[in-house]
Design a protein around this ligand. Structure first.
Ligand code: HEM
Length: 218
């Protein structure tokens, strides 16, 4: 049974993740129109036009709606949950497909290309698995695959949180960029995988702190 403390921590964690997700998503839409502050290294990518616009449009939409799907109040409104889910999955597939076009030509070199490439494949794969599970009415599998998918979507937030750390450690921007092409998502996936394993190990525990962060039940 989740304690009052663990439930409060889950609520706070969800609120923080939601604020960061919405902020990064809204700020990323500038790439859809190529207007505003654009990163030079990204615009130097040979495939930047038009693929950054396609990527940022799809990925930012997934990031914008994804965290709200974890609210029980949204999931209880079935049509809303389904429509947001379709929007989320479309965003992941469009954003992920465009990411696979962009990854090989990143100016950050082969290690970053591989990091973004593996992330793109896993992002599409986890989202397709979640969609198939929902379609087959295997809702517990659906929930678990969506948690994995969103952990990868959230990589857009962790990437931007980690980018300023490299220069503090004496790394230049490109070295930092290469490192975060992996570090932005591998720990996210490891953390949710450990959480899901622990959860399935606890017999009789059906309430999930990740998908029920703001439930009123204690
Ligand atoms: C999770 C899978 C993702 C993959 C595989 C991925 C991959 C990429 C790649 C390869 C680039 C080009 C980098 C370069 O040329 O050096 C890029 C840039 C970008 N991505 Fe993603 N991305 C993902 C998720 C997201 C999400 C969820 C967002 C939503 C906000 C996002 C927003 C952007 C933006 C705005 C850029 C332009 C660069 C910047 O300002 O940092 N990406 N991404």
């Amino acid at each position: 049974m989740p304690t009052f403390l663990s439930r409060s921590a889950a609520r706070l964690g969800w609120a923080l993740a939601a604020v960061l997700s919405v902020a990064v998503a809204l700020f990323s839409y500038r790439y859809v129109t190529f207007a505003g502050l654009l990163a030079d290294n990204v615009m130097a990518n040979l495939m930047a036009r038009p693929w950054i616009a396609v990527h940022a449009g799809g990925a930012a939409t997934a990031l914008l709606v994804g965290c709200f799907q974890f609210l029980p109040a949204v999931r209880r409104r079935r049509p809303l949950h389904r429509w947001l889910g379709r929007l989320y999955a479309a965003g992941c597939l469009i954003g992920g497909g465009a990411a696979l076009v962009l990854a090989p030509t990143t100016t950050a070199g082969p290690v970053a290309a591989f990091g973004f490439g593996v992330l793109g494949v896993l992002w599409i794969w986890t989202t397709v698995q979640a969609w198939r599970a929902a379609h087959a009415r295997r809702f517990d599998d659906h929930r678990r695959w969506m948690i994995r998918s969103f952990a990868l979507t959230f990589g857009a937030v962790t990437l931007r949180l980690y980018l300023p750390i490299g220069p503090m450690l004496g790394l230049d921007f490109m070295q930092t960029y290469v490192a975060v092409s992996w570090l932005s998502w591998v720990p996210n996936l490891a953390i949710v995988e450990a959480y899901l394993r622990r959860e399935s190990g606890r017999n009789g525990e059906h309430r999930s702190l990740l998908t029920d962060p703001v439930s009123s039940r204690a």
